[in-house]
Design a protein. Structure first.
Length: 696
């Protein structure tokens, strides 16, 4: 068969005539819309008149050569929308379309009100930028804008058109504007930094050998960006201007062939800058062994403030000791750092720790106990006198259950609450219990203690609950304390939730520790947090009987969000799925309640953290997500977007702006028109790698 005949046969098969008696049901419309030929194509150029729509012949084959009519009252393909049960015509939801996507435009931010700024002593500064600079300040999904605000300590930062607005204290606003200008300057080449003009107590300069620059930067700058997010700082390679002995200005780094590049670390918090610096040093030492030892004094004396804030060091005896102190994927190092409150990083065979005198002393003691476990059981004779230790009795039958396989369960609790835990005493003694030592801050120790008690109670019922009773008289006790609330047996499962999800939600929203032991709820935290947690539990239990009345006036932990009646079901989702997602993302507690004075229903967002619309966590972050859902529902009702009847599945950016400049920061080291050198295989030994020096 010739080529032309094959072509005609294929065309004939695809253009079968339409039956005159064919039903015009919505299902038939949906079937026709699945054809790729029936999808809306690109619009005609504005300077070219559109061809007239050809008449539709229902008795013959459909004509697909002419343009489709987009001006009909129904959907965008020109088909007439079916009539629904109420007699109205609604857009047909195409089965071949993805779920509607919630707009997450980083430009849509709400600036703080004037009253709020006056009460906090805040100020605002606005600068003009170009269109090319907008992408650099915003970053991908608005991350650079948020990063600048957190690094500078500003209250908020917004980009509206070609204007950048920073709000916060005068010092924080100046830092935010300075950081934004640094990002914009990277578009024109290397940035020049000097101590005289740019160091206002927020700058740390670190020398990086040229052989380790690509290693420290990572692919597309991912390693630097990860450290920025972890420590709330801003980092880039720059040219550093210094004055020589003759008083002349010289430039350090930034030149082609220079053996050293200068990494600038900006941030309002000295501790965060130091943490980022030590992380970079660990990566450098992995690539260039001996680099730290050559500059040890300079590194240890940086940001030194007497004996109250300084750095110390300790050298490991061998690789086995280093591996034990590091732990699986750096877990042991992280728990030592969290329990002592002292910055800790391993650079080669050295442990560098920075903090106050008390923090450094505490860290040394913890590491001594850690290494003592290699030789056998550890005893803490002064446990009763220590203010950072809690001793807990564990029944012998539950020791293995609490410890877990290869200590996995105990390590998880340590990482969750930021504490150090191990069993003490001689294993040869015959006892029906063992003593578990918990080290860390008061809040961390109490959270770990309640978690262990709850786990033991699940294994040995009554071991702790038999001695618990409601302490209502102590609920008004100021400071950090523990409230015991008695619950009815069938209430425990409801406030616990599937897999403990409801318990975690309430604990995150009120900012305290919450565990259930038997028929009691144990609430540990400060006085305001404990009171809010009891209120949240009461409101949660009241929802089982129907709508509840809540007066949120004179409360600083509740945000009211007006939800139109036609959008209530869309915001909550089927069986409350959408609302649960918002709660999990923003760490809040959300529910619909009736205003007792105005007799109207509204959505209440409860949480200790206010946050902002730039951040995901907090009441304002939850409000933004709810407003996005309301806007999405209105767009669907107005026919601006279609919906296929399924929720979820990852709403992305559906703005369809066409071309936009890339929203990632350029390489701050790239000079000229030559491409960067090809990187060698990554051997950093990050999580799961072989080399401990650069791992987390």
């Amino acid at each position: 068969m010739s080529r032309g005949r094959r072509s005609r046969s294929r065309s004939a098969r695809g253009r079968s005539p339409i039956n005159k008696n064919r039903s015009r049901s919505p299902m038939n419309d949906r079937k026709r819309s699945r054809s790729p030929l029936n999808r809306p194509g690109p619009r005609s150029p504005p300077n070219r008149p559109r061809a007239a729509n050809p008449p539709r012949n229902r008795s013959g084959p459909r004509n697909r050569s002419g343009p489709r009519n987009r001006s009909g009252p129904g959907n965008r393909n020109g088909h007439r929308s079916p009539v629904n049960r109420n007699g109205n015509r609604s857009p047909v939801h195409r089965g071949n379309r993805s779920p509607p996507r919630r707009s997450r435009s980083p430009n849509r931010t709400t600036a703080p009100s004037a009253a709020y700024k006056n009460s906090k002593g805040l100020t605002t500064k606005v600068i003009d930028i170009t269109h090319a600079d907008t992408a650099l300040v915003l970053g991908r999904h608005g991350k650079s804008k948020v990063k600048i605000a957190t690094a500078s300590g500003a209250e908020s930062m917004s980009v509206d058109g070609l204007k950048v607005t920073a709000t916060g204290t005068p010092e924080a606003v100046e830092r935010a504007i300075k950081y934004a200008k640094f990002l914009m300057a990277q578009r024109h080449g290397p940035v020049t930094v000097s101590n005289d003009n740019h160091n206002n107590g927020d700058l740390t300069l670190l020398d990086v050998p040229n052989d380790a620059v690509g290693f420290v930067t990572g692919r597309n700058g991912n390693f630097l960006r990860t450290i920025e997010d972890e420590w709330s700082v801003l980092m880039f390679f720059a040219e550093f201007e210094i004055k020589n002995k003759d008083g002349q200005t010289e430039t350090k780094g930034g030149k082609r062939g220079s053996p050293i590049e200068v990494l600038a670390i900006f941030g309002s918090d000295r501790r965060n800058r130091r943490g980022a610096e030590l992380k970079i040093l660990s990566a450098i030492e992995t690539k260039v062994p001996g680099w730290y030892k050559e500059r040890e004094k300079e590194i240890l004396d940086r940001d030194k403030e007497g004996d109250e804030w300084k750095s110390g060091t300790m050298e490991f005896e061998d690789d086995h000791q280093l591996s034990f102190a590091l732990g699986k994927q750096g877990a042991t190092r992280r728990k030592l750092e969290a329990a002592s409150g002292c910055l800790l990083q391993y650079v080669g065979s050295h442990a560098i720790f920075t903090g106050t005198k008390h923090q450094r002393k505490t860290l040394r003691q913890y590491m001594k106990w850690l290494f003592a476990q290699l030789d056998g059981p550890v005893d803490v004779p002064d446990a009763a006198e220590r203010d950072d230790c809690t001793m807990l009795k564990i029944p012998q039958a539950c020791v293995g259950y609490i410890t877990g396989a290869r200590r996995a369960a105990l390590s998880t609790i340590e990482l969750d609450f930021g504490c150090l835990m191990f069993f003490t005493g001689n294993k040869m003694e015959k006892r029906d219990y063992e003593m578990l030592a918990i080290f860390g801050s008061e809040s961390a120790r109490k959270g770990a203690e309640l978690k262990v008690k709850s786990s033991v109670e699940a294994k040995a019922q009554g071991y702790y609950s038999n001695f618990l009773k409601e302490n209502k008289d102590d609920w008004d006790k100021p400071g950090f304390s523990t409230d015991i609330l008695h619950l009815v047996n069938n209430d425990v499962g409801y406030v616990l939730g599937k897999g403990g999800a409801t318990r975690v939600k309430l604990a995150n929203a009120c900012g305290c520790h919450l565990q259930y032991i038997g028929e009691h709820a144990l609430i540990a935290g400060e006085l305001p947090a404990r009171g809010k947690c009891r209120d949240y539990i009461k409101w949660l239990l009241d929802q089982r009987t129907g709508k509840i009345d809540v007066d949120h006036r004179n409360r600083d932990d509740i945000l009211e969000v007006d939800v139109p009646e036609q959008c209530v079901g869309w915001v909550t989702g089927r069986q409350g799925v959408e609302l649960r997602k918002i709660e999990e993302m923003t760490k809040t507690f959300c529910f619909l309640a009736t205003d007792p004075k105005e007799n109207r229903e509204r959505l209440l967002v409860c949480g200790m953290t206010e946050g902002s619309k730039l951040e995901e966590v907090g009441r304002l972050g939850a409000q933004k997500l709810v407003e996005d859902l309301i806007r999405e529902k209105r767009d669907i009702d107005a026919g601006r977007i279609s919906y296929n009847g399924r929720r979820g599945g990852g709403r992305g950016d559906s703005r369809g702006r066409g071309y936009a400049p890339p929203r990632h920061r350029p390489d701050s080291r790239r000079r000229g028109n030559q491409p960067p050198p090809r990187r060698r295989m990554d051997s950093r030994g990050r999580p799961g790698g072989r080399f401990p020096g650069g791992r987390y």
